[in-house]
Design a protein around this ligand. Structure first.
Ligand code: NDP
Ligand code: TDO
Length: 284
């Protein structure tokens, strides 16, 4: 086995953040594979890529992430989020690399009001959440060497995300109506990329399931207020209830995750969401 890390879905938001952090840390050996080069549903291509690189690590950033659209494209969402993850896990079992896989807070129903631990019951309420949970569950049957990091509300200067949407709309509109009764924690994808690379750099073998987001708790409304404030936009932000913003998919009302395990086991320090938002806004 070599020292290569293969990054699938390498052109997505997290993939681009990994490229950014790897460059910042002067790390070599990462190979970023966009969908056009390595579709995780194409088992022949995957087999050839694993045989060519003999990777030490595989990071799966590939996913079907269109939460509302997934309600109508169940088969495709399941293929990418579950079958794709299984294809990578099977080859990791065969070739030996450690798999770093990303999952979501949307595996939870979100009916509680206490920070969610890795051992808490999952009960997805959307197709996206369900297919991501299926992806988590299929991995351990193929390899023991895996890290699954559940994260939430990812944003960054790359690709599409809530921060960029708010900044775009904020420039065009005087007023934004944003849901305040969904609580969670934003995660700067650059911070998450840092943790993934930390696992590789430290050679940790503390395999398993982890929760990772930034610290703190907020609502989409409060998040939007902070984005407009830091962006210097005069946009008025109106707090609305979920029922006033109908969407195809249902989102959890409370998906704040407890990060004790990742902090104590992997020794990472986590910035507060506002601190990371300031960094991201400075780069945008
Ligand atoms: N975004 C968020 O708010 C959150 C994301 N997550 C998880 O984090 C991970 C990274 O998400 P993020 O980077 O934001 O998502 P993106 O949608 O930005 O990136 C996903 C990438 O996967 C690619 N992809 C889709 N299908 C395939 C395929 N069959 N083979 C190879 N690549 C494929 C997409 O390519 P293309 O665009 O060309 O289809 C895209 O580049 C995902 O697992 C996601 O579920 C978890 C919590 C929150
Ligand atoms: C654009 C907009 C959204 N909203 C609400 C809708 C929704 O509840 C919330 C976020 O909307 P978005 O569509 O940007 O984000 P959404 O796709 O729901 O984000 C989710 O993506 C997947 C991939 C995940 O894994 C989750 O952790 C989470 O980040 O904000 C408003 O209230 N007003 C608005 O103007």
């Amino acid at each position: 086995m070599g020292s290569t890390t293969l990054v699938f879905g390498g052109a997505g938001q997290l993939g681009q953040c990994l490229q950014h952090v790897a460059k910042e840390r002067n790390l070599s050996g990462l190979v970023f594979l966009p969908e056009a080069q390595a579709n995780i549903l194409n088992t022949e291509t995957l087999q050839a890529v694993f045989a060519e690189y003999r990777p030490a690590y595989v990071i799966n950033c590939a996913a079907y992430t269109a939460v509302d659209k997934a309600e109508d494209e169940v088969d495709l969402a399941r293929k990418v989020n579950c079958d794709g993850a299984e294809n990578l896990a099977r080859l990791c079992g065969e070739f030996g690399p450690t798999l770093l896989h990303i999952s979501t807070d949307f595996v939870f129903a979100g009916t509680g009001n206490q920070p969610l631990q890795e051992t808490d019951e999952t009960a997805p309420i959307s197709v996206y959440g369900l297919t991501k949970l299926e992806g988590e569950q299929v991995i351990p049957g193929h390899t023991e060497r895996y890290f699954i990091l559940r994260t939430s509300w990812l944003y960054s200067e790359y690709a599409n995300n809530f921060v960029k949407t708010m900044l775009r709309f904020g420039k065009e509109r005087d007023e934004m109506r944003v849901i305040w009764d969904q609580l969670g924690t934003p995660t700067y994808a650059i911070d998450l990329a840092g943790v993934l690379l930390h696992i590789i750099e430290t050679g940790s073998t503390a395999y398993g399931l982890y929760h990772y987001s930034n610290e703190g708790v907020t609502s989409w409304y409060d998040f939007a207020v902070a984005i407009f404030e830091l962006g210097g936009l005069p946009t008025r932000t109106v707090p609305i209830r979920t029922a006033e913003y109908p969407t195809k998919a249902t989102r959890p009302a409370f998906s704040v995750m407890d990060k004790t395990k990742v902090k104590t086991t992997l020794g990472v320090t986590i910035p507060h969401w506002r601190e990371s938002l300031v960094v991201c806004m400075g780069r945008l």
